[in-house]
Write a protein that binds this ligand. Structure first.
Ligand SMILES: Cc1ncc(COP(=O)(O)O)c(C=O)c1O
Length: 456
């Protein structure tokens, strides 16, 4: 359903709550301004209602989590039943049956479906921890401490995940306490080529870029210190960046050549978001470890690191009673139930096809928008993971303007996020149940908001 604003957003109750929050929450957490945020009260499908009874169209899926929309019936019924039965167990000691079922299911949809034999999982409470479980696995398996990661990559903000996150914004305040096991290479980005061939669509990427990248990677991997390569197959928070077709196959062959563990962080891209079950399926390249989260549960803090069973068993010793990787809430029964219900829904319909088709529609709309004003830069992405750059009058990235557009859209009843390394990319990751009419409406509003901003 299209948005309906009962009071101008944010309304009086949201504003009062923002004041209260400002007083009692660390001020770095929730961004508060006269136009931000709204406080959510309920959600259904693509819609969110706030405490002032405004209805919004959520084009973010709540950070890419509610891929099937909010509150699908079987998920809600499953949660209700599970809450009545069991909502906490002893994750690594006496777990719930759901943990066994979920680990089996994760194996089936990853390594078994890729015909690579069984997979084994470590469940975690956040994506950041899933990445850290993958880093620990790679270290235990190879005893080589180095990790090759990528500029612009986002893997979470725990100290381990932050160490491999290629964003100075997040790293610099804590640099003095970060370990030094990560080395970063540029993430190939044809529209802003880090190898000097800027302004091309991916298909036109020069072989020179691949050779330059390969030479740099071979030098790094050749010194024998690096035991893992960690990458998002499509960068999400980095600005919806799709690498050229040579990239993932090359990483696979480099990992093979140098005996490194290849880790795909599909926390954002996983579960049909990019028009394939996993983004890596588009290039038919499989990792040794895959990190999953967000849409896995549709709304519970549970994520997973899944690896080839052989690798996992090489890395991790049998538990003798004290687990080396666990936490109080590991494998929470409610989270496992939500993941199982979500996976059943995610596998029940051709969501990839829908994400691909709607993604094309969205892309066409963004191209039209781009043609209407010089203040739009490149548009890019795959499936229902799309972005468009916001520029200043000189064609430079304009983060402030992107922020203003996000606020202007909220005032029009549309929830959007900005992202990208320069913070100037408007990002679109709507639930797969969004309609073409809703996409068209949102883009029309965005065009109007942009025209208004340009006239000021
Ligand atoms: C690719 C990727 N990896 C890891 C994370 C971290 O996940 P979490 O926020 O659940 O710790 C995110 C979060 O946005 C992500 O996009």
């Amino acid at each position: 359903m299209l948005p309906e604003l009962v009071t101008p957003a944010p309304g009086p109750r949201s504003r009062a709550l923002a004041t209260e929050l400002r007083a009692h929450e660390s001020r770095n957490v929730t961004y508060v301004s006269p136009g931000f945020p709204v406080f959510w009260e309920s959600a259904h499908g693509v819609n969110v209602w706030d405490v002032d009874s405004n209805r919004f169209l959520d084009l973010t899926s709540g950070f890419g989590v509610a891929s099937l929309g909010y509150a699908p019936r079987s998920l809600v019924e499953g949660v209700r039943e599970q809450v009545g039965l069991l909502y906490h167990a002893m994750g690594d000691v006496h777990p719930s049956a759901g943990k066994a079922a979920l680990c089996r299911r994760l194996s089936q949809i990853t390594f078994e479906s890729w015909k690579l034999g069984p997979g084994k999982a470590i469940l975690t409470n956040s994506g950041s921890e899933a990445v850290e479980a993958a880093l620990k696995t790679a270290w235990l398996a190879t005893r080589r401490r180095g990790v090759l990661a990528f500029t612009g990559g986002y893997h979470g903000l725990g100290y381990g995940a932050l160490t491999v996150t290629g964003r100075t914004l997040f790293r610099d305040p804590f640099a003095a306490q970060l370990a030094d096991f990560a080395t970063f290479l540029p993430f190939p980005h044809c529209q802003h080529c880090p190898f000097g061939a800027s302004g091309r669509e991916p298909s036109a990427c020069l072989p020179d870029c691949m050779n330059t990248f390969m030479r740099q990677a071979e030098i790094l991997l050749g010194d024998g210190e690096i035991g893992a390569i960690l990458v998002e197959p499509v960068q999400g928070r980095g600005g919806e960046i799709v690498p050229p077709d040579w990239f993932l196959p090359l990483l696979r062959s480099l990992a093979n050549q140098f005996n490194a563990v290849l880790i795909f962080d599909e926390i954002y891209t996983g579960f049909h978001r990019t028009g394939r079950r996993f983004a890596c399926d588009r290039w038919n390249v499989q990792p040794d470890l895959i990190c999953l989260g967000k849409a896995l549960t549709g709304g519970f803090p549970l994520a997973a690191c899944v690896g080839r069973a052989g690798l996992m068993d090489d890395a991790w010793p049998e538990s003798t009673g004290e687990a080396l990787y666990t936490s109080t809430f590991l494998g929470n029964p409610l989270g496992c139930r939500m993941a199982l219900e979500s996976l059943a829904l995610l596998e029940a319909e051709p969501w990839s096809q829908r994400a691909e088709a709607l993604g094309d529609h969205l892309h066409q709309g963004l191209l039209k928008l781009q043609g209407a004003s010089k203040r739009w830069g490149w548009t890019r992405g795959l499936g229902l993971m799309r972005g468009i750059e916001v520029l200043d009058a000189n064609g430079a990235p304009d983060a402030a303007r992107a922020g203003r557009l996000v606020e202007a859209m909220l005032a029009r009843g549309i929830i959007l996020l900005s992202g990208g390394v320069e913070q100037n990319v408007l990002s679109f990751t709507p639930p797969f149940v969004v309609t073409e009419a809703e996409i068209d409406f949102a883009l029309e509003q965005l065009g109007q908001a942009e025209a208004y901003a340009s006239s000021q």
